[in-house]
Design a protein around this ligand. Structure first.
Ligand SMILES: Cc1cc2nc3c(=O)[nH]c(=O)nc-3n(C[C@H](O)[C@H](O)[C@H](O)COP(=O)(O)OP(=O)(O)OC[C@H]3O[C@@H](n4cnc5c(N)ncnc54)[C@H](O)[C@@H]3O)c2cc1C
Ligand SMILES: NC(=O)c1ccc[n+]([C@@H]2O[C@H](COP(=O)([O-])OP(=O)(O)OC[C@H]3O[C@@H](n4cnc5c(N)ncnc54)[C@H](O)[C@@H]3O)[C@@H](O)[C@H]2O)c1
Length: 508
């Protein structure tokens, strides 16, 4: 137990903080920041790997750093007036390395210290009521994965403001939270049978790619699989995408998955739907490190499809909440109690969750949103002020950075129907807006709104086509603002922009 003998109400000891956050990904960073900003409250954030989390080093940032040049080259290849655009493999990987700050998190640690958040290096484990043990991390000083993210709101310089944190690595210590403990431990990749003994690539290897396998099988038809297949093919790998379901991006509108399958095929990817992997074998399994081929060839037995030999397998079959070893049993909380909630329910009043670990929507912007919400709630409770309202039915946006891009928010047609809504569907070809056609000579795609017949407001929107990512927020605003679709007639889009597709949707 921590020594609290000298504790007065307003003077925390070195081992006592108002808020202790376990996990320094984007969700945890925001929770810590919003819980203490503008106050004299104290916060510690416990991190076993890199300040900035999966997103900054192994997920969002490296994948988008790889995908943007691919998109630009694809666009240039289909844009009259441009010749000679090509991808430079070494320069592309170097760009990725820059965006992950060479796996050095000193800039992000510096941001935390500047924000008044104490960084504690080590593995956090709840050991009792408001108490967290910080145990030496598996990776100590000198770990090649130590490193600075480019998550817009935080890390800035390469300064190392982290000497206290270094000291924290050496031994276990126990810290106590006076107000709140926030679990923000993220998620980990699922590796199902029959891949467990192959040391296959996970998304970390795909984003941290160093060696481009000649032949790679990508397992799964979700976002990771589709995005990774895009950059792997662009880097020169022969990619076979093995999808057990009958379409890609099953969470999106069917026309979105169909368009991405067409785009991947056009890029040379062998997309095999309705294909299961019955067995997988690799004679030589090697621990070569991040982004290098992990051994000899892999033999896959497919159903249907016979055998397939590849040099590497990327398993992209989803993620699970990272709850192992965080000590929930010491406070009598079942890990299921974390699912779908940030506070309340079976959680003790001092315990909160944010980000992937609660499984609501495993997306960085969602984790950051929850982090802001939970941080404000902790602050309000500490101040004894009115608690901020907890809004319901906030629509989740998502962008998939494939070619074509896919962007959607809120409910799909199917989801709206399943929820019992009476809806009408407004759909238009993306290129019905002149501005969309100007983006690429081969521009194509679809825009769709799901409109509630009773209220006349938007329930969901999906856009497929070049550069649709930046179209999405208009739909998000319309849903959150409950703007009647009729009223959108007075929202005049500039000419000639892709946003004019809104006119085609509303006034066909
Ligand atoms: C390849 C890929 C690409 C993605 N691209 C996007 C994208 O473009 N846009 C998007 O919105 N989302 C994207 N995502 C999803 C996004 O990465 C996650 O939703 C996001 O990282 C979740 O943030 P988080 O803070 O909850 O968890 P994480 O970012 O996973 O951070 C959790 C942190 O907790 C630490 N931790 C875990 N256990 C402990 C412990 N016991 N003690 C101390 N520390 C601990 C971990 O080391 C980690 O640093 C992508 C995911 C993948 C796999
Ligand atoms: N651009 C982005 O916002 C972005 C990018 C990458 C990842 N992410 C997020 O990260 C999370 C994880 O992505 P993901 O693609 O790993 O998961 P996912 O859940 O989106 O897709 C998993 C895929 O694997 C398949 N699958 C599951 N188990 C399987 C098995 N045993 N054998 C064969 N196939 C199997 C599923 O049918 C599905 O096609 C998602 O929530 C995603 O939204 C977001």
């Amino acid at each position: 137990m921590p020594d609290t003998s000298n504790t007065s109400a307003n003077a925390p000891t070195a081992d006592e903080f108002d808020v202790v956050v376990i996990g320094a990904g984007p969700a945890g960073e925001n929770a810590a920041d919003f819980a203490i900003r503008g106050s004299d409250r104290t916060a510690a954030i416990v991190e076993t790997e890199l300040i900035g989390g999966e997103c900054s080093y192994y997920a969002c940032m490296p994948s988008k750093a790889l995908l943007r040049p691919v998109d630009v080259v694809h666009t240039a290849e289909h844009l009259g007036g441009v010749t000679g655009a090509r991808l430079d493999r070494a320069a592309l990987l170097a760009r990725r390395d820059d965006w992950v700050s060479h796996y050095d998190d000193s800039g992000q640690a510096h941001w935390a210290e500047q924000a008044g958040i104490t960084v504690l290096r080590g593995r956090g484990r709840i050991t009792g009521d408001r108490t967290v043990s910080v145990e030496p991390a598996d990776s100590g000083a000198g770990d090649p994965h130590d490193g600075d993210p480019h998550d817009g709101e935080s890390g800035d310089s390469g300064d190392d403001g982290d000497s206290a944190a270094r000291g924290d690595r050496r031994a276990a210590r126990t810290v106590r939270a006076r107000q709140a403990v926030v679990i923000a431990t993220g998620s980990t990749a699922v590796i199902p049978d029959p891949f467990t003994d192959l040391n296959p690539w996970t998304s970390r290897d795909a984003t941290g790619i160093v060696e481009v396998p000649d032949r790679i099988a990508v397992i799964g038809g979700g976002v990771v699989a589709c995005e990774a297949a895009t950059w792997l093919a662009a880097l020169g790998a022969t990619v076979t995408l093995l999808v057990r379901g009958n379409r890609l991006l099953a969470a999106a509108e069917p026309f979105a998955g169909d368009a991405v399958a067409d785009g991947l095929r056009a890029a040379g990817v062998d997309v095999r739907l309705d294909t299961a992997v019955r067995a997988a074998a690799r004679e030589e399994v090697a621990d070569t490190g991040l982004g290098k081929v992990h051994g000899g060839p892999v033999e896959l037995t497919l159903d249907p499809g016979g055998n397939l030999t590849v040099d590497e397998v990327l398993v992209a079959t989803g993620r699970r909440p990272a709850t192992a070893g965080i000590g929930l049993e010491t406070i009598g909380v079942d890990e299921k109690a974390l699912h779908g909630r940030t506070t309340g329910g079976e959680l003790p009043g001092w315990l909160y969750t944010v980000g992937d670990v609660n499984g609501v929507a495993p997306l960085t912007h969602w984790g950051k949103y929850q982090g802001r919400q939970v941080g404000r709630l902790i602050a309000a409770r500490a101040d004894g002020g009115p608690e901020p309202g907890q809004p319901h039915h906030v629509p989740v946006p998502q962008v998939v950075f494939t070619d074509p891009q896919v962007a959607w928010v809120g409910q799909t047609e199917q989801q709206a129907n399943d929820a019992g809504a009476s809806v009408r569907i407004l759909r238009a070809a993306y290129t019905s807006a002149a501005g969309a056609g100007l983006l690429r000579d081969d521009a194509a795609g679809t825009a769709q709104l799901v409109v509630d017949n009773d209220s006349g407001v938007l329930l969901g929107a999906t856009f497929v086509g070049p550069d649709v990512a930046e179209l999405l927020h208009a739909a998000t605003i319309a849903i959150v603002g409950k703007v009647p679709v009729e009223a959108l007639r007075d929202a005049v889009p500039s000419y000639p922009t892709a946003s004019e597709v809104w006119l085609r949707l509303i006034d066909p």
